[in-house]
Design a protein around this ligand. Structure first.
Ligand SMILES: O=C(O)CCC(=O)C(=O)O
Length: 263
């Protein structure tokens, strides 16, 4: 599922970049939906869409996100099941992914910086294969030029030592990497990696879909039983708890599709 070069890159850096994995029509549609939903008040959002960033607990200038967008349109479900992204997610979760979040974030030039943070320490190499217990697939819907957007401390996912406290997201290489991407690119990173985001600089807003997956267990937010009719059976199954050693039908189907493609 992962090439030797990809395994090396992910193990070394804590992230991997997949180029041009989303069809342009879907990118356009997701931006249009983003514009519509981000202009709505919390009460106007079509259920079960919501925005935990607007609960009042966060800074008003935080880069706002809309949660559960996969229930809002099939384009986000296609992204959740994107074969190229899932190829990497399936490999890194040891074939037991559970989708725990699907959020569409909009950054303006006035949105706050996001300082370095990380979640969990669930990263390792087992029998020569990299494993990550908590993954984020960040799909950019717009071009993100150098100097703005995603940053990380490469290698920090190994957590052998904690990073110095004084590091800034504006520090340069070799300590801090800033990842420039094009619309349709996806950065998959382990949440164990220290990461953040520099202030947005462009005249157009930055749109990113963050699809988060875990390799074991589940999250209380998903699936949303009252609205399961809005998602496909495969997305619903992907939201079911992940159990080590128990492969979901959707994963079986995707592995079979890949095998057929390579026959
Ligand atoms: O905006 C970004 O690229 C980083 C977002 C982030 O730090 C997060 O989702 O935890």
């Amino acid at each position: 599922m992962l090439t030797p070069d990809e395994k090396w890159f992910f193990d070394h850096h804590g992230f991997i970049i997949l180029h041009q994995v989303v069809p342009p029509d879907d990118i356009q549609l997701m931006i249009e939906l983003g514009n519509r939903w981000h202009d709505m008040t919390l009460e106007e959002l079509p259920p079960p869409l919501t925005s935990t960033s607007r609960s009042g607990a966060s800074s008003p200038t935080i880069a706002h996100w809309i949660n559960h967008v996969q229930y809002g349109d099939a384009a986000f479900q296609r992204l959740v099941l994107n074969p190229e992204i899932m190829r990497v997610i399936i490999a890194l979760t040891r074939e037991t992914p559970c989708l725990v979040d699907c959020a569409l974030t909009k950054n303006y030039t006035t949105s706050d910086d996001i300082n370095f943070h990380a979640s969990g320490q669930d990263y390792g190499v087992e029998k020569g294969e990299p494993y990550a217990g908590f993954l984020n697939a960040a799909i950019s819907l717009v071009d993100v030029p150098p100097g703005t957007g995603f940053v990380c401390l490469p290698g920090s996912h190994k957590r052998n030592f904690e990073p110095p406290e004084m590091l800034s997201i504006y520090d340069g290489t070799p300590t801090v990497i800033n990842v420039a991407v094009k619309a349709g690119d996806c950065v998959i990173f382990t949440e164990a990696l220290y990461h953040g985001a520099r202030r947005w600089t462009e005249a157009y807003p930055r749109y990113t879909v963050f699809n988060r997956y875990i390799a074991n267990g589940s999250h209380s937010a998903l699936p949303i039983e009252s609205h399961k009719h809005l998602i496909s059976d495969e997305v619903y199954e992907l939201e079911q708890p992940a159990v080590r050693g128990q492969r979901k039908h959707v994963v079986d189907r995707m592995l079979k599709d890949r095998a057929t493609c390579h026959e």
